[in-house]
Design a binder for this molecule. Structure first.
Ligand code: ATP
Length: 358
């Protein structure tokens, strides 16, 4: 009997390609460790909208909400939009309706993957961007006021969500410190020198930091952080930040480790979680078998780790670690996907990871 119900929303473009690869990896670790994973594939996204008139039906949302975790590919397609011209973004709707405020984006250099920074310390890049995913400047999405002479959007942060974000940052830093055998450090990324809202956010982080004496805590301005992420990214650990800053810094950070194909993510709330690659549907390569499945495979490893922390125990955590080790082994042993100048497509990359699974 399956004990863990995983809702799978493969979505559009390269979504189904990278999800298929990831399911093959999950099925292999499931068979080995008897994890009891059951997968329910659900349809949502731009092509679902084109065919049915809705990008995320109530039935699909309800089914996904009841699952233990949600694995998502990517959604959206150029040329398919809502009747009012706005972009289809059911993944954002999911985030908002399930209150998934914590966007966890680990940025880790995978051994063997060529990096744009030539400094040898770049091989040690291993930090996490924690993007607040329901408020900030995105609070204003679809609410901006635009006239001929003026355009106005609103940034909003609430005390409740900011407190939860701070606790999540310190908890994650503590977990990483234990796993990596080093001390943890939370660096809030903000613009407190210009905006009062960020000075207020700093105070909230300071309040929460008191409960985590074992984790170091500081703050940095977002513009300085953009510079430092290029100059010395190996120095950072846990970087919580506002929604829009997190959106931008996540892409910059993915660039440091080889591109979007290597950047996994988890959108966490209380009781619900969506795991998906940081990239989009990549229409330029969709259907060509070229997509790098690594980001999605690593997102699935995050999913197993999250389930392990909730109640699923050691086998689930071990399987997560094995997946990460297999990805590292595949690239160390010469796998080169097309996005880093190699020739391996999705199928070959998947085979390499499957055969590297211990
Ligand atoms: P979105 O707005 O949904 O994030 P986007 O069009 O801005 O989408 P992506 O779909 O992430 O961005 O694509 C950006 C670039 O990265 C494209 O050139 C795409 O081919 C490439 N890319 C994204 N994901 C992958 C992947 N898994 N493998 C290879 N290349 C990828």
């Amino acid at each position: 009997m399956n004990s863990y119900d995983i809702a799978v929303l493969a979505g559009d473009g390269i979504g189904p390609e990278v999800v298929e690869a990831t399911l093959a990896v999950l099925r292999k670790v499931d068979a080995r460790h008897s994890l009891g994973l059951g997968f329910t594939e659900l349809r949502a996204g731009a092509f679902a909208y084109r065919d049915t008139g809705t990008d995320l039906s109530d039935e699909v949302f309800d089914r996904a909400r009841k699952a233990d975790a949600i694995l998502l590919g990517a959604m959206g397609w150029p040329g398919i939009r809502h009747a009012d011209g706005t972009e289809l973004a059911p993944q954002i709707t999911l985030r908002q309706r399930l209150d998934l405020f914590g966007g966890v984006r680990p940025i880790r250099a995978i051994p063997g993957v060529p990096l744009p920074l030539v400094d040898p310390r770049a091989a040690k890049i291993d930090f996490v961007i924690l993007r607040e995913s329901t408020e900030g400047l995105f609070f204003s999405k679809d609410k901006g006021v635009v006239t001929r002479d003026q355009a106005e959007e609103t940034l909003r942060m609430t005390r409740g969500t900011s407190l939860r974000l701070a606790r999540m940052a310190f908890d994650l830093a503590g977990q990483r410190a234990r796993r990596l055998g080093r001390s943890g450090r939370v660096t809030l990324v903000d613009k407190a020198n210009v905006f009062r809202a960020f000075a207020w956010l700093r105070q909230i982080f300071q309040e929460v930091a008191v409960d985590y004496p074992e984790v170091r805590h500081d703050a940095a301005y977002v513009d300085a952080m953009a510079l430092d992420l290029i100059r010395r990214p190996w120095d950072f650990d846990l970087l919580p930040t506002e929604n829009m800053f997190g959106d931008i810094l996540s892409d910059l950070a993915a660039g440091l480790i080889g591109g979007m194909g290597f950047a996994p993510s988890a959108d966490l709330g209380e009781g619900h979680a969506v795991f998906q690659p940081s990239h989009g549907t990549a229409p330029d390569i969709a259907g060509k078998g070229k997509a790098n499945p690594t980001a999605t495979i690593l997102s699935a490893a995050m999913m197993l780790e999250w389930l392990a922390m909730r109640d699923a125990g050691d086998a689930m955590a071990e399987a997560a670690q094995e997946i990460r080790a297999a990805v590292d082994a595949a690239f160390s042993e010469g796998l080169r996907t097309a996005d880093i100048g190699g020739t391996s497509g999705t199928a070959e990359a998947t085979r390499a990871v499957l055969s590297a699974l211990r």
